[in-house]
Design a protein around this ligand. Structure first.
Ligand SMILES: [Zn+2]
Length: 223
């Protein structure tokens, strides 16, 4: 089965590249996933993402490995520039409109309902990183390695209030209601959403990504 041999060889190559870089010492297995390039090119061609003072094109990520994206973006703000990402996130094209929709249709209404103040900042705990899932050596390459994932650890409102996932997920009634609305809203816009309820690795942030899972690529995870 040539495809299996290809995948295995790819994984070994990835391992060699990474360990050769002298980075974290972790290696990962990369799958052959042609949908990624197809989807990214379609997004770029659609004009869904335009450069702006807060959306900048990055030429490449990851160097000569399976990591990165063809034309990733650095996203410094969303919602028309009203909500900054701190720090700016490195993301592939399809993620950018979904982050914007999540903020506009889920997080902003939830912030107004719970606190009467709009969101002005997302605290970003991670975006692009060429690493295995959950930092476990030998695991599959994380969606973060494809710039197809975002970790959000907190939300800052216009009145200066800051809500963290770590404290608020099991915090007072209002923080819990806000964070659950934010989480449930994310499940409308991303194919994978992981909260502190998922596992200990996610005790202090929401992970959202646009992975295609399952035989038909339509499996979603909202936990
Ligand atoms: Zn993550």
């Amino acid at each position: 089965m040539p495809s299996v041999r290809f995948r295995v060889a790819f994984g070994i190559l990835s391992a060699l590249w990474l360990s050769g870089c002298g980075g974290s010492g972790q290696y990962f297995v990369a799958k052959d996933e042609p949908w990624r390039a197809t989807e990214e090119r379609a997004c770029l061609a659609s004009g869904a993402v335009q450069e702006s003072p807060f959306i900048k094109t990055k030429l490449s990520l990851g160097g000569p490995t399976v990591c990165g994206a063809e034309r990733p973006f650095e996203l410094a703000a969303t919602d028309g520039g009203r909500v900054t990402l701190q720090p700016a996130a490195l993301l592939r094209c399809p993620m950018i409109p979904q982050v914007n929709r999540w903020v506009q249709t889920s997080i902003q209404p939830a912030a107004m309902r719970a606190y009467g103040a709009p969101l002005v900042e997302l605290k970003i705990a991670g975006s692009y990183a060429c690493r295995p899932m959950n930092h476990v050596s030998g695991a599959y390459l994380s969606e973060h390695g494809h710039a197809n994932a975002l970790d959000v650890s907190g939300f800052v409102l216009a009145d200066g209030r800051s809500i963290s996932v770590k404290r608020g997920w099991r915090g007072d009634y209002r923080d819990r209601a806000f964070l659950r609305a934010v989480h449930d809203g994310a499940c409308q816009h991303f194919t994978t959403v992981l909260s502190p309820d998922y596992d200990a690795n996610h005790h202090d942030h929401f992970h959202v990504d646009l992975a295609r899972r399952g035989p038909d690529g339509l499996k979603t995870v909202c936990k």
